[in-house]
Structures are given as C-alpha cells and as structure tokens.
Write a protein of this length. Sequence first.
Length: 200
Amino acid sequence: MDIICLDMEGVLVPEIWIAFAKESGIPELKRTTRDEPDYDKLMKWRLGILKEHGLGLKEIQDVISRIDPLPGAREFLDTLRKHAQVIIISDTFTQFGMPLMEKLGYPTLFCNTLEVADNGEITGFTMRCKESKLTTVRSLQAMGFDTIAAGDSYNDLAMIKASRKGFLFRSTEQIMKDNPDIPAFEEFDDFLNAILNELS
C-alpha cells in the first residue's frame, strides 16, 4: 500500500513566515528552510526576533487566518486522496497548521507544537521527533507501506530520497540544481499526473 507524504508550506499553502514578515514589516522573518537547512537554528532565531518586537502567537494566527491554500492545492489534494492515503508532514506547529487544514478539507497533519506562555509569548517549541520527516517515512516503511514523498525545501530532501519515489514541487533553482535526479514540477496538474503514474 502506498502512502503519499507531502510537505505543507510552499507546496499546498504559502509560507507562513513569509506572509507574517510582510504584514509585520520585519523582512528578516522571510528566511525559511529554503534558505537555512538547520531548522532548530532557524526557529530559535525566529523566536528571538519575535521577542525583540514584542510579537506572539496571536499576531501570527491573525495573519494565518487570512492565508488561503495555493490556487489548485485543494483540488489537487482532493483528487490525490481518491487514489491513496495522504499525510502532510510539516515542520510547522499545531497552532499554525490546524486553521489551514480546515481550508484543505482536514487531511492528516503530522507536525510539532509551540510552547506558549499565558501572555501569548512563544517561549519555545517541541519537535515531534528527531528528523521528523525522515523518521516518519522510515516508520511507515517499517510498517509495510511504500512511500512517495514531495516537498520544496532542504528539510524535505531526506524523506524524498528515502522514499520509493520522490518529487520536488516549486522548489528553488539551487535545490533543483543540486538534486537533478529528483523530478521537479511547477504546476499542480503535472505534479498530480506524475504521482498518479507512480501509483499505477
């Protein structure tokens, strides 16, 4: 049995931190896992900037409430789920991801959790497990599933390469250049057809 493992931000929805950077007027927060492969380092840096500006969970959730899935993402996901089980594996957090899952028809989401103080300050974060994307794919395979994985960033490469088949979707020129063996797509129709061909 096949399970499709998809990244969330950049693949199905816009990058949350980029949207928040634009609305908050803090351009430094545009930095994502497309730029910084070390997620722990990236998140600690982000939390430092939030603290410096006195911003917390509420301000980010206000921005998330106005984020819609990428055009065509809901239809892509709905069609894909008719052919296979799909899991969204993201390094985002429950407090960020769940409002977006509603707009995507509530697919299964595996992600992490923010530590939030009573005043709304984000004080830290708890990762679900080490190397969560790769660990999840390996665990699914250990249970007898075949995985097909796709993403756009450095932190997706391990699960993509560990899967029976992997794809890049709307990735960066550098990531695609560094990984010419991974099929890369820009449009949902082409992306969907590639996955369906692999399933058949």
